[in-house]
Design a protein around this ligand. Structure first.
Ligand SMILES: *Cc1c(COP(=O)(O)O)cnc(C)c1O
Length: 394
């Protein structure tokens, strides 16, 4: 047996370098050491800046938060361990028992569940309303309404909320308007410029963009609300992993390019699908036949996004035949990946609804939602045309 020199685990040398890396270093350390109690005091009192424990903050989350802040025209935003963690931090940081939350009726499925099941259990009342009609929203407000939660473009029918009308109501009544901007991204709309008080993202989707990191982000206009959300995120432990933040930062460096490419392809694909026999209808806010096209133009300019939906004639049998004939497009319930993904709301996100409730939303068994990625248009058009032809003979 030979004696190897023992290098104390926490005194491993870090190589000296006069130059600095161009890529952000990944910093997985859970804990940070200070020199003495006075130095720790100074840090906790805010006289010096430093980290102490990763759940409370770490460099990779801070770098990512600053990038997201800049995109949304905000400051002090909080990166969380998922998009739902961001929704959770916002409600846990801001609401209390006795408050009422008015949610849009086509929110992301888990957000709907949080409103239907989890908040009421904590003494927070909730109800849902159609956000395309500010008149209905006004009628649904209660004296104790503290927050309105909506997504500017709904999933999966891509209806566009009356953001201007709802923001005016919220301002008049002193109600916080929280906007989940995941589908639209700051490339299409920056909700703070339209009266939002809180902006939320699932960074997992288009922003990180590679289906390999699960993260969220929430930011308020009011710094006091940011503090409250940060405390809630830290206490409930919904803060993010350094590695996911590092991956998301890397993905976000190409966000603009990916978004622009996917958006252009989505518009062409929507028109292509609309021209195929066997496609009953196509939903894309950029098309003149979309029910909210005028509002989409007013809110987004010419930015109509990468999401489109369509309905096949022939119901479930056609839907099965379509997905089997399109093996090049992942049939997977997510969105925002570099690769195009296809989801079938009746069997995934909306399976908990009754067939009648789905029909009321216009979601039949032949309904698909497409998250368009960065593949060439021709590749996607060929694949989907094959799918539509297979669906017609199913
Ligand atoms: C995916 C998604 C969420 C939840 O995000 P996760 O990162 O999956 O937790 C919230 N809102 C919208 C609109 C989403 O698409």
């Amino acid at each position: 047996m030979t004696d190897t020199p023992y290098v104390p685990a926490r005194r491993r040398p870090w190589p000296d370098s006069a130059s600095r890396p161009v890529a952000t270093p990944l910093q997985p350390s859970v804990v940070y050491a200070t020199s003495d109690p006075d130095a720790l005091d100074a840090q906790y009192e805010g006289q010096t800046r430093g980290y102490s424990y990763a759940r409370e903050g770490h460099p990779n989350a801070d770098v990512l938060a600053q990038m997201l802040d800049r995109m949304e025209g905000a400051s002090g935003g909080i990166v969380t361990g998922s998009g739902m963690a961001a929704v959770g931090a916002a409600v846990l940081g801001v609401l209390k028992a006795g408050d009422h939350v008015l949610g849009a009726d086509q929110l992301y499925g888990r957000s709907l569940r949080m409103l239907a099941e989890d908040l009421p259990r904590m003494g927070i009342a909730t109800s849902l309303v159609d956000p395309t009609d500010a008149g209905r929203v006004a009628a649904a407000l209660r004296p104790e309404t503290r927050m309105i939660l909506l997504e500017t473009v709904s999933n999966p029918t891509l209806r566009v909320a009356d953001l201007a009308g709802i923001a005016a109501l919220a301002r008049d009544r002193g109600i916080l308007l929280a906007v989940d901007n995941t589908f639209t991204t700051p490339r299409a709309i920056r909700p703070f410029e339209h009266g939002a008080d809180i902006v939320i993202h699932s960074v997992t989707k288009l922003l990180a963009g590679h289906a390999d990191a699960t993260l969220g982000y929430t930011v308020a206009r009011d710094p006091a609300l940011n503090d409250a959300m940060r405390v809630a995120a830290t206490t409930w432990g919904v803060t993010p992993s350094p590695f996911d933040c590092w991956l998301a930062e890397r993905g976000m460096l190409s966000f603009d390019l990916r978004y622009d490419r996917a958006e252009e392809t989505a518009a062409r694909l929507a028109d292509h699908l609309a021209g195929l026999p066997g496609v009953a209808r196509v939903l894309y806010p950029g098309r003149a036949d979309h029910p909210d096209h005028a509002r989409a133009c007013a809110l987004f300019g010419a930015r109509f996004g990468n999401m489109l939906s369509f309905e096949l004639e022939g119901g479930r049998a056609a839907a099965n035949a379509f997905t089997r004939a399109c093996p090049g497009i992942a049939f997977a319930p997510t969105l925002g990946d570099v690769a195009t993904t296809l989801s079938h709301p009746p069997s995934s996100s909306h399976r908990a609804l009754s067939a009648e409730a789905r029909a009321a939303l216009g979601i039949g068994e032949g309904f698909f939602r497409v998250s368009v990625g960065v593949e060439p248009f021709e590749v996607l058009a060929e694949e989907m045309t094959r799918g539509v032809i297979a669906a017609r003979v199913a």
